[in-house]
Write a protein that binds this ligand. Structure first.
Ligand SMILES: O=C(O)CCC(=O)C(=O)O
Length: 373
């Protein structure tokens, strides 16, 4: 079967994780039990200090950097320089950081989380109207990847396109709660603005012209989509993952995490660091396409989500992506005799087929793209 045929239908009947959780089961079905080396509490390295916060006391207070983005527009040159330096360090050393004073209204952020919480608590028949297929992934989904027999993640989600305008289809956005479409529209507009500001900062920090990354992404014709992740309570969180380890295939992700419940973990060397979100911060992370354009000066970093038995969790991942049919390759300015181009050109359409077929797989895809040397 070729790849496009594989993407027509799911290989198995879809089971909503929320229905499993609501059924009150006390042990999770085998399909959700991760192999021992992927389980959150027995990772084979130190990671348990960071995950124990889910299951017991934690002594690990490491966190990803927090940057006050208002410094970028400061009239005080030294404040601006220090802000750029902190973003640069975060991009090089973590691939992840949080931004506060980012310009997006806090009230809008709360409203967006609120409408999606309402959506996931609608009756199943209403949500089923939007059941998705692997052809575009748009709509209400419960798995990533189409491999028959795969071990699944403990989450449901809603995926939709925000840009380009010709892919934006309101009929594929939930009609309930009644203000949902309006809130997504407004939220998307604000987050796209923030993404554009950040791309400028990254370009300057890489020693490129301010508009370089935006132009490489297709200028006004960028792609943007939203995945709202819903992680129901899990009776055996030590055996499962809400989302398996992966790096994001696109350009950059602006994540609005749950304001009550932690769960996101970021890989730092051999450890998993649990992100402690600052109030009303966005969590920003570098995706594979910026790793390629920056010739790996910036790296997309693996992350995953752990679940817990006491509380459900919801997050909104807004993916700011390049136009999907432009071949991307390392910026010529960042290719030197010492650091030759690490990647051969590839469009984002070609690239994301991998994750759509195989689901989240650590960093295996971007690693496999390295040009032969
Ligand atoms: O739920 C989270 O905190 C992270 C979600 C995520 O990594 C993703 O949607 O790609």
């Amino acid at each position: 079967m070729n790849n496009n045929n594989m993407l027509q239908e799911w290989p198995e009947t879809i089971v909503r994780v929320q229905s499993l959780s609501d059924s009150g089961l006390t042990s999770i079905p085998d399909r959700y039990v991760k192999p021992p080396n992927e389980r959150p509490s027995v990772d084979g390295n130190d990671n348990d200090e960071s995950t124990t916060s889910q299951y017991g006391a934690s002594s690990n207070d490491a966190n990803i950097p927090v940057v006050d983005l208002s410094g970028v527009d400061s009239e005080d040159g030294s404040v601006r320089a220090e802000t750029l330096r902190r973003v640069s360090e975060a991009c090089r050393e973590w691939g992840f950081f949080q931004v506060v004073n980012h310009g997006v209204s806090h009230e809008l952020m709360d409203r967006a989380l609120g409408v999606w919480r309402e959506f996931f608590h609608l009756p199943i028949e209403t949500k089923q109207l939007y059941a998705n297929s692997p052809r575009t992934y748009e709509g209400y989904g419960s798995r990533l990847g189409v491999q028959k027999g795969a071990i699944l993640d403990w989450s449901d989600y809603y995926f939709l396109h925000y840009l380009p305008s010709n892919l934006k289809d309101y009929n594929k956005w939930p009609h309930l709660p009644t203000n949902c479409r309006k809130v997504i529209e407004e939220y998307g507009r604000e987050v796209v603005k923030l993404g554009g500001r950040l791309l400028k900062v990254f370009s300057v920090n890489l020693g490129l012209e301010e508009g370089f990354l935006q132009n490489a992404f297709g200028g006004e014709e960028i792609g943007a989509c939203l995945r709202v992740n819903y992680y129901p309570k899990c009776p055996q969180p030590e055996l499962a993952l809400g989302l398996s380890s992966h790096s994001d295939p696109g350009g950059m992700t602006l994540l609005l995490p749950d304001d009550q419940v932690t769960g996101l973990q970021v890989r730092k060397d051999a450890s998993w660091i649990t992100v402690k979100p600052a109030p009303h911060a966005f969590i920003v992370n570098i995706g594979d396409q910026i790793q390629v354009l920056s010739n790996a000066i910036y790296k997309s970093v693996e992350h995953r989500v752990v679940v817990n038995s006491g509380k459900e969790r919801l997050s909104m991942a807004f993916f700011y992506n390049p136009k999907s049919d432009i071949p991307l390759e390392p910026a010529k300015e960042l290719v030197t005799p010492d650091q030759p181009a690490l990647y051969t050109p590839m469009t984002f359409d070609e690239y994301r087929l991998f994750i759509r077929l195989r689901g989240p797989r650590g960093k295996s895809q971007v690693e496999s793209l390295k040009s032969p040397r």
